[in-house]
Each structure stands twice: as C-alpha cells, then as structure tokens.
Design a protein around this ligand. Structure first.
Ligand code: 13P
Length: 257
C-alpha cells in the first residue's frame, strides 16, 4: 500500500514572519513514510519554496488559471507555479466554486492545465448540506466527476488526487462521520474503477474539519488515502500530529474492499 498524503490548505492565511515559523517547525519534525504538502497563497510561494527546499515537504498552490498565458489580469498560469517547483495544485475547492462561480467545466479545464504543466491536481468535490439532506450525495459526486471525464482521458484521470470535501464540514468543526466519509470515498473509488486501470492507486483524500484527534480513524478507512487540511494546517503541532496519524494509518495496511 502506498503512503498516505496529507495536504495543508492555508487558504487566505499567512504572513511572512508567521510562515517562516510555521514552515521551519514543519521541516524540523515532519515524519517520514507519509507524503506531506502545503498549499500556500501565491505571494508566499517564493518564501515557502526557499524554506522547504531540501525537505520532504512538497509545495502546492490553491488555484490556477485554466489558460496557459495571456491577457488575464490577476490570474496565475500553471507554468508559473511549476517555476516554483509546485507539485500539487488544488482545483475546484468549494470556496472557489461558491464564491468565484467556478463551474464543473472550469474545474475540469483547470485540472487539465495542471496536468499539462506536469503537476498533480487535487480536485475537490463534495455536496452541500441541502444536497445531502435531499439524498443527492451520489448524484452530486457523479456530476462533478463526470465533468472531469468529459475533458480528461483515462490516463489523466488516473493521475489526479481527488479530495472529497463535504461543504457542510468545511471550517465548521463538524467533520463527517467515518461512515459518511467511507460511503462517499467508496463512491469515488467505484467511479474510478469503471474508468481507470489504476483506480486503486489513485489517492482519494477526505477534507472537512480534520483534527489530530479524528485523523487516525478517518485515514484508516478502506478508501482513505489521506486528508486535505484547512484550519489545522496553520498550527504546526496539530498539522504534524495529523501527519503522524496518516503515517500510522498507512502502516496498518488495510486492504480495499
Ligand atoms: P477545514 O479543515 O478548516 O475544515 O478546511 C477544510 C478545507 O476546506 C481544506 O481544503
């Protein structure tokens, strides 16, 4: 079984001095046998690149333009992120879908741009509370995933990281239960198995109010390959404890159903 992946999404948090303290603390104590990345705001890519160089912690961004270059004021292209050795780029976070009006089709094109530049898209999908209460979890996830398949070929789908982030669990302190998480991750795995040869090797993450106290249980679920961490990624001790929980969960070596 491959190692788990823990990705910190700083969102719009950070400041030069605080970043230095946080990243130095992470570099000093990051556990091995787990893949760790931090997705920082654009202005801090250079700083984070410098502080992480030579460490096993990978760098990532939180968004990207769907276009390669051109007259798109304020946008950032995938090749620019590649210049800072970014390995991961989050695309389709629910905050961008809701606040910036990103459609499923836009998210798919952004994922394609990231792959084209040689990086790994961390594609976020997930239902709102109203959709869950209406019994629409499966159809919402299928719709979001199908949009990817209409732009990406099977090999490209197999190169994604998929993050299941139920919108109602993000930043609320109310994580989905282990049962809800496995149910959704299982749906994603099933969708992948129908389209991708290496479906079991595709990493599927859970995100939404993950804390050190809950990470072990969530990351041990059969289809969980790690987590996408918001608030807790801003606190070194908490994020490191989550990384340790991921490492321990990899070693438990669960076989997928
Ligand atoms: P929280 O961990 O703060 O709930 O955020 C989750 C998230 O949106 C990560 O992308």
């Amino acid at each position: 079984m491959s190692s788990k992946l823990v990705v910190g999404n700083w969102k719009m948090h950070g400041a030069a001095q605080a970043n230095q303290a946080l990243l130095s603390a992470l570099v000093a104590a990051v556990p091995d046998r787990v893949d760790v990345a931090v997705c920082v705001p654009y202005p801090y890519l250079a700083q984070a690149h410098g502080l992480l160089s030579g460490s096993p912690i990978a760098l990532g961004a939180q968004n990207v333009s769907e276009y390669a270059q051109g007259a798109y004021t304020g946008e950032v292209g995938a090749a620019m992120l590649r210049d800072f050795d970014c390995r991961y780029v989050i695309v389709g976070h629910s905050e961008r879908r809701t606040l910036c009006g990103e459609s499923d089709a836009t998210v798919a094109r952004k994922a394609a741009a990231v792959l084209h530049a040689g990086m790994v898209p961390v594609v976020c999908i997930g239902e709102t509370l109203a959709q869950r209460e209406a019994g629409q979890v499966e159809s919402v996830l299928n719709q979001q995933l199908d949009a990817l398949a209409s732009v990406l070929g099977a090999d490209q789908l197999g190169a994604l990281v998929v993050a299941y982030e139920p919108v109602w669990a993000i930043g609320t302190g109310r994580s989905a239960t282990a049962r809800q998480v496995q149910e959704a991750l299982g749906l994603v795995r099933g969708w992948l198995r129908e389209r991708v040869r290496n479906a079991d090797a595709v990493r599927i993450l859970y995100g939404g109010s993950v804390k050190a106290a809950t990470a072990g249980e969530l990351f041990s679920l059969p289809d969980a390959d790690g987590g996408l961490i918001g608030g807790a990624s801003l606190v070194a001790a908490e994020f490191l404890a989550i990384c340790e929980a991921a490492r321990d969960a990899s070693q438990s070596g669960l076989i997928r159903e």
